[in-house]
Design a protein around this ligand. Structure first.
Ligand SMILES: C[S@@+](CC[C@H](N)C(=O)[O-])C[C@H]1O[C@@H](n2cnc3c(N)ncnc32)[C@H](O)[C@@H]1O
Length: 451
């Protein structure tokens, strides 16, 4: 599974030095290569057996059943023509922009294997980048990363991080920070300090700036929290919102000249369009948003919501109650807590964008109705700034994690696919409490620049 949203191969001349492929400073665990290769081999075997058998098995059964022995070449020809026509019809749906995470994209012209999983079956909206550039890491890198991260995660100081990150996003943030190797990490929204701890695990010596209204040390009085020794806190009486900080002054104080070597992590539930614009004005290039909520959900306007447009597969919605989407959504709502049906998706005047036509901000304390035109314009603004857009896939399929919240139909396929229990176990994921897999909300990594 390529972890790319691009239709192009990754550019060999990656602009930012930060994105150079650097091997981990941690020692690679033994057998990590074999683990990744084993994964590939197993995937290839599985797809081989699943792909073609049912079709020929079905024809043989039909020939036997109707005793059409002498006519079988005609029957096969007829099936082939029907198959060809259905493939063409199926392919013609690709006239909209299709993410490589999408089953329709992955299935190619003849292979329907990807449809066996319902991951992405309702479409996975994504943001187009300016030049189709993508990330350098692959699913093998993610699997190796998981193998390394699980034992680290087990040592976390805050075992129950309700209202903060669970396992999937902790892994995503750790993986991205460790890959990029920034000179400075900035987080906005620290709560008890779990994400500060994750950043510290990725980069043991790199300074951190943490912006959060309540200092994490306050939580220490009541229970587990994490306060970092090499972190400058804009917290408590020193709190200043990210958008109001004099970044020139702060960067100078930290000796940062090249802003493309700074990683910003937002987990502050603010309108993400506002945050990208603020980051761009300050000159930052690498951003991670923890909560990239799907359309119709969440307490702030997210990248996913912004890019949910009709030219993207899975984007643009109909509020028509008898539509296929309405029928599928109402079924899925019975299975997945975060799935929304058409009644929840659509507000007055059939407004489906954002959350029922609202652009939410600041934990849903601030709300603004936006028109469809405004929403459309927002996606154009975002696209004009984006160099890379990459959504973290869930770490493993729900049959393995037993998560019940996010709907796979609106999600890219997981790193460890359903049915790969052996791999799930080898990575140490069976040792974790199930509850840590319940917080996936499509964390996203962006690279931005002025047009
Ligand atoms: C979901 S919690 C963060 C969880 C944390 N990152 C973790 O993984 O445990 C959101 C945090 O954002 C803080 N917050 C609220 N408004 C903020 C703002 N304008 N800037 C930064 N943080 C803010 C809240 O006080 C809260 O601590």
């Amino acid at each position: 599974m390529p972890v790319t949203h691009s239709h192009r191969p990754p550019s060999p001349t990656h602009s930012a030095k930060m994105l150079e492929r650097v091997l981990s400073s941690r020692r690679a665990p033994p057998h990590s290569d074999e683990l990744a290769n084993e994964d590939d081999a197993a995937t290839a075997d599985e797809s081989k057996t699943k792909k073609h058998l049912p079709f020929f098995f079905f024809i043989t059964r039909l020939i036997n059943h109707f005793r059409i022995g002498p006519l079988w070449p005609c029957v096969i020809a007829l099936f082939f023509v029907l198959f060809l026509i259905s493939s063409i019809v199926f392919q013609s749906r690709n006239l909209v922009c299709v993410s490589p995470h999408d089953p329709a994209y992955r299935s190619g012209f003849f292979g329907f294997d990807a449809l066996e999983s319902d991951f992405g079956s309702l479409g996975v909206p994504w943001c187009r980048s300016k030049h189709g550039k993508t990330v350098e890491w692959t699913s093998k890198d993610l699997i190796k990363g998981l193998e390394e991260f699980v034992p680290i995660y087990e040592t976390r100081p805050i075992k129950n991080n309700m209202y903060g990150m669970g396992f999937d996003h902790s892994f995503g943030l750790w993986f991205i920070a460790r890959w990029l190797k920034p000179d400075l990490m900035i987080e906005s929204g620290a709560f008890k300090g779990h994400s500060t701890w994750v950043l510290r695990q990725a980069m043991p010596l790199t300074p951190i700036i943490s912006i959060t209204p309540r200092h994490p040390e306050k939580y220490l009085k009541k229970g587990p929290a994490y306060v970092d020794g090499n972190c400058s806190y804009f917290a408590g009486k020193d709190f200043v919102d990210f958008g109001s900080i004099d970044w020139k002054k702060v960067m100078k104080k930290h000796g940062i000249i090249d802003l493309s070597r700074v990683l910003i992590f937002f987990d502050d539930h603010q309108n993400e369009l506002k945050r990208i614009q603020q980051a761009l004005v300050a000159g930052f290039r690498h951003l991670v948003f923890e909560d990239n909520y799907d359309t119709g959900t969440g307490d702030h306007y997210s990248l996913r919501q912004i890019c949910d447009q009709s030219y993207i597969r899975g984007g643009g919605h109909s509020c028509y109650k008898d539509s296929d989407e309405a029928r599928i959504r109402s079924k899925r709502k019975n299975f997945w807590e975060k799935a929304v049906d058409i009644e929840e998706l659509c507000g007055p005047g059939e407004a489906w964008w954002g959350v029922r036509g609202y652009m939410r901000d600041n934990f849903n304390h601030s709300n603004k109705v936006i028109s469809y035109e405004e929403h459309f314009q927002n996606s154009r603004i975002v696209e004009s700034m984006l160099d890379v857009y990459w959504e973290l896939p869930p770490v493993a399929g729900p049959s393995l994690t037993h998560q019940t919240r996010y709907d796979p139909a609106r999600s890219p396929p997981p790193i460890v696919e359903d049915g790969r229990y052996g791999l799930f176990q080898r990575l140490g994921l069976t040792r974790l409490d199930r509850s840590v897999f319940n917080g996936y909300t499509q964390m996203v990594y962006l690279q931005i620049s002025r047009q």
